[in-house]
Design a protein. Structure first.
Length: 325
């Protein structure tokens, strides 16, 4: 099976304040520390990013949606880094600013979301101002057009590192090493095609990229190993209690949470033929984040970790918690 990290998605605008979350993952007794903060001001975001980085935290790619930003404590010794925040409303302007930043040694770190402008975080090793990567932004109104353009760019060695979807456009952020690159192959499907043929895509040798799910589409990457050994399950149901029950029923059959797709719901996966439970799930919900914080911290102390956050499901904010069985 593939390795897993916490996946945090859409979160509602809240107050400007920092929050430290401790996540405990057993039975390996590996402790995960997160810094979660939110702000409506770009300068505050960058200041908080750099302060957290100087304490050994790093952005978890695509696991925060404006104004929420999520960083995780890196284990062991880490080299100091500098963060840079770029904000603009136009793809062409962002392309220009990213090229200027990469010429100074920065590379893509994370897409932070869409407030009044698009926000992208970049990072570099402190003191290193030599270009290591180059980026390209694709912006289209139609998913099929983006598929065509993306397929052409991957032949030039680019790979997908970030995305966002507005009411009128799909953005894809691509990156490649400045000197050499490995070719990737992607497949973009809207929510109807995914719901109708998720396993067919896997059987063709593609795997879902958990962190790269648009509101109305999903992205798959051609697997370097045998994708045919993986089978997916889209968990259906209305309301958090029903979904929690069905996720645990799926977990009893060996499935493990992969991502939460806004249109489809929870997506889980397992190795074919392995029906042994390894994890259990709880869905916490609250209208007020402060109420949710207490519940999350209580579950964390029991060995659960944050697997996903989702907002706008009719019950306030959801937090999907995953713990060992």
């Amino acid at each position: 099976m593939r390795s897993y990290t916490s996946r945090i998605t859409n979160f509602a605008p809240l107050l400007i304040m920092p929050l430290l979350i401790l996540s405990v993952l057993t039975p390996q007794s590996v402790r995960h520390y997160y810094v979660v903060f939110w702000s409506l001001d770009n300068s505050t975001i960058l200041k908080s990013l750099q302060e957290a980085a100087d304490r050994g935290y790093r952005l978890v790619p695509d696991q925060g949606k404006w104004p929420l930003v999520v960083l995780e404590k890196v284990t062991g010794d880490v080299e100091p880094i500098d963060y840079l925040l770029l904000g603009t409303r136009r793809a062409a302007t962002m392309q220009k600013e990213m090229n200027e930043a990469s010429a100074q040694g920065y590379r893509f770190a994370s897409m932070l979301g869409v407030p009044t402008e698009f926000l992208i975080a970049m990072q570099r090793d402190r003191g290193k101002v030599t270009r290591t990567h180059e980026q390209k932004i694709l912006a289209t109104r139609r998913l099929k057009t983006l598929q065509t353009e993306l397929s052409a760019e991957v032949q030039n060695g680019f790979h997908l590192v970030g995305h966002l979807q507005t009411a009128s456009e799909f953005w894809a952020v691509l990156e490649r090493p400045f000197q050499s690159a490995t070719k990737h192959k992607y497949l973009l499907l809207d929510e109807y095609d995914v719901s109708q043929g998720l396993q067919k895509v896997v059987d063709r040798g593609y795997l879902l990229i958990p962190e790269q799910a648009w509101i109305s589409a999903a992205i798959f990457e051609e697997a370097t190993s045998d994708a045919g050994s993986i089978e997916y399950l889209v968990v259906k149901g209305r309301g958090s209690e029903t979904l929690q029950k069905r996720m645990n029923e799926a977990s009893a059959q060996g499935y493990r949470f992969v991502t939460f797709h806004y249109e489809l719901g929870p997506v889980m996966e397992r190795e074919k033929g392995k029906a042994t439970r390894t994890h259990e799930y709880k869905i916490l919900k609250a209208i007020r984040y402060k109420n949710l914080e207490k519940e999350v911290l209580a579950e964390v102390q029991k060995g659960f970790r944050i697997a996903a956050m989702q907002q706008g499901m009719g019950e306030g904010t959801w937090v999907i918690m995953e713990g060992p069985d």
